[in-house]
Design a protein around this ligand. Structure first.
Ligand SMILES: NC(=O)c1ccc[n+]([C@@H]2O[C@H](COP(=O)([O-])OP(=O)(O)OC[C@H]3O[C@@H](n4cnc5c(N)ncnc54)[C@H](O)[C@@H]3O)[C@@H](O)[C@H]2O)c1
Ligand SMILES: [Zn+2]
Ligand SMILES: [Zn+2]
Length: 377
């Protein structure tokens, strides 16, 4: 136990991984955390996945205001709840959800919770819905990345940002549900609505891509082709259900056609998100097929498509964020799939770290060492 908390305390002493300047390593240092306000909960972290979306702000791919506590994929135990919280109580085990929908805006009412206007205005600006600054270090307010900031001993998040789960599930298994798993599986089931018997390819077999592979397995796909530039992710993909693997440094589109009677696949999932992978995705898609893009480029990146064949071959392009569904519904469903033995979660954890070693976890991620690195407390 590294912290002491009494509700009347002004602030808790925590350790958090702070990005002080883009392009620099994170600094794991002492910080202070205020207790939860109305509609907020205090969560003690037990495990947190390290996602490529943590690497983008460190590298400067996305401009962000610093200082910032990174981390947005994690699980832990509720330690306190603020006023007006009725859905959670101290002791509940939770998965963090970085898209806590407001439930009342136009996209929410249309059933598209991941497009919630509040998430766009608040979460994507690294703020809490309350507007409060709960984290402080070196005499400054520190922003919470995606309103989550879970590279930290404790976090304060909105109640909708913590989804209650059964208390008997290992935290390692829960660590990656709140981003990689929901994004990858949801891209198949919600965004693609991929029919049983389909043939699919996934470009990039990392944290998200492996979950596209297992989403495709759950959806009953006949052929699941994993494409990656590194051998390790491809090897892991076969354990998650990939029927074929292709080394992306070779000529991918002819290899995909050779596996699909010359036609191309019904769906390609681009989990990398570069101009080159998007073009490759179209080249691998059959007439009438769809490309689902989940990979996030630099914010200023542009991709090009060959417009004439796009029309004549009736291809489709779908963007997909955070699994394109209803996270408050989908996270419990994913947990149920795990409990039924249909979703691999523990197997996604290939490396573990202490919070002090978060920079080593980011370096391993950048090197595509395969599956997910997870920080454990
Ligand atoms: N849409 C969303 O809601 C959402 C959610 C999470 C992550 N993301 C984004 O998705 C992307 C992937 O995230 P991740 O955590 O899975 O990353 P990751 O680093 O775990 O996996 C990326 C994989 O892609 C492979 N790769 C890289 N370049 C390639 C290429 N040209 N061809 C084939 N394979 C290639 C790497 O070897 C690696 O295995 C990132 O841009 C991340 O920011 C989006
Ligand atoms: Zn909303
Ligand atoms: Zn993520």
């Amino acid at each position: 136990m590294v912290w002491q908390y009494k509700r009347q305390d002004a602030a808790m002493h925590i350790h958090a991984a702070i990005l002080w300047a883009q392009g620099q390593p994170l600094s794991v240092e002492a910080a202070e955390l205020d207790g939860p306000g109305a509609g907020e909960v205090l969560v003690e972290l037990k495990a947190a996945g390290v996602c490529h979306s943590d690497l983008h702000p460190v590298r400067g791919d996305w401009p962000v205001r610093t200082p910032l506590v990174l981390g947005h994929e994690g699980a832990g135990i509720v330690r306190d709840v603020g006023p007006s919280v009725s859905t959670l109580k101290a002791g509940d085990h939770v998965v963090l959800c970085w898209a806590p929908a407001c439930g009342v805006c136009a996209p929410c009412l249309e059933g598209r919770a991941v497009l919630c206007d509040r998430v766009e205005k608040v979460t994507f600006r690294n703020k809490l819905p309350s507007g409060a600054s709960r984290i402080h270090a070196r005499g400054q307010d520190v922003a919470p990345f995606l309103g989550t900031a879970c590279f930290s001993d404790l976090v304060v998040v909105p109640d909708a940002g913590a989804i209650k789960v059964a208390a008997d599930i290992p935290f390692d298994a829960l660590a990656t549900i709140g981003c990689a798993v929901i994004t990858g599986v949801g891209a198949v089931t919600n965004a693609g609505q991929v029919p049983r018997g389909s043939k699919v390819a996934v470009i990039g077999a990392g944290g998200v891509g492996l979950n596209v592979v297992q989403g495709a397995t759950i959806a009953g796909c006949e052929r699941i082709i994993a494409v990656d530039v590194r051998p390790k992710p491809l090897e892991i993909a076969t354990h998650f259900g990939a029927t074929d693997t292709i080394d992306a440094s070779g000529d991918v589109a002819p290899a995909v056609r050779a596996l699909t009677a010359g036609r191309g696949v019904d769906f390609v999932f681009d989990t990398v998100g570069s101009a080159a992978t998007l073009a490759l995705a179209f080249a691998c898609t059959r007439k009438g097929g769809a490309v689902v893009l989940t990979g996030l480029s630099r914010m200023d990146a542009q991709g090009a498509i060959a417009m004439f064949p796009f029309v004549m071959q009736e291809k489709r392009l779908l963007g997909s964020v955070y699994g394109s569904g209803q996270p408050a519904r989908d996270i419990p469903r994913l947990v149920s799939l795990y409990q039924e033995g249909r979703l691999k979660l523990g197997e996604l954890v290939s490396r573990t770290y202490t919070l002090d070693n978060v920079n080593a976890a980011l370096t391993a991620l950048a090197a595509s060492d395969g599956a997910r690195g997870v920080i454990r407390w």
